[in-house]
Design a protein around this ligand. Sequence first.
Ligand code: FAD
Length: 260
Amino acid sequence: MNIVVCVKQTPDTAATVTVSDGEVSWGDAPLVLNPWDEYAVEQALLSKEAHGGKVTAISLGSEGAKDALKQALAMGCEEAILINDPAFENADSLVVSKALAAAITKLGEIDLAFFGRQAVDSDTGVTFAQVARRLGWPALSLVAKVEALDPGAGTIAVERMLGSARQRLQTKLPAVVSVVKEINEPRYPSFMGIRKASKAEIPVWSKADIDLAEVPEAALRWPEIFAPPKIETECEFIEGETAEEVANKLADRLVEEKVI
Ligand SMILES: Cc1cc2nc3c(=O)[nH]c(=O)nc-3n(C[C@H](O)[C@H](O)[C@H](O)COP(=O)(O)OP(=O)(O)OC[C@H]3O[C@@H](n4cnc5c(N)ncnc54)[C@H](O)[C@@H]3O)c2cc1C
């Protein structure tokens, strides 16, 4: 099988996000492989291990995004490609999806493209669906289990996570799959994998390399980013001689405040 996994480099989720004068800052937080994308890489690798073939990781980003691609290589992907061109500065998801779809088309004969459910920095959660739309492939979102994958018959059956329920879906390949964290446990890169990845030369594809003559302007701008308003809270201690008295007073206060 020829499998693609799209990965984004994002700040570590442990970072403290601050907003000042419209600028978002993650401080000195390290940039990492988007945590959701680790599950996508793992599922791509499991699919390859079960059915043969290769996995190519693709990222659109700065030169620094090569580190995220190296993590994907260290986990076991065979190839990695960085898409980088000044035309993609300030790209919104419409532009990013156009570039990713063009790169997938350029790779040719792809059976499956895996994505994380969302990127932890801008959180739009739409890129995979836009890529699927551009490729004309079915989009399987929020996938928590790949139940059956049959490259011979060209079909995939999955379970989607719908709140507390699950939904079974089946479709034809090629398809786009976005995964949730319930789907697997991402592996740690092996020592050999890390060594191999550290020496890997990652090709950089420009807009010309993915046959994009024109890159549209981003349709979206995000000129203003601000911290949510602070919620003022008052803390009230309810006291009483017995637990029953405290409980009764608490219930009265909750009724008074129209909480219950
Ligand atoms: C502060 C800020 C706000 C933004 N707000 C918006 C906005 O409201 N709407 C908008 O369209 N864009 C927005 N963007 C741009 C956005 O970061 C890019 O469009 C982005 O690459 C796609 O959106 P996302 O990161 O939310 O990805 P999501 O759609 O949340 O990501 C889903 C999956 O798509 C894949 N993926 C996403 N980006 C890439 C990539 N660059 N390379 C490879 N795979 C990728 C990953 O598998 C990821 O798990 C914003 C950017 C910033 C800095």
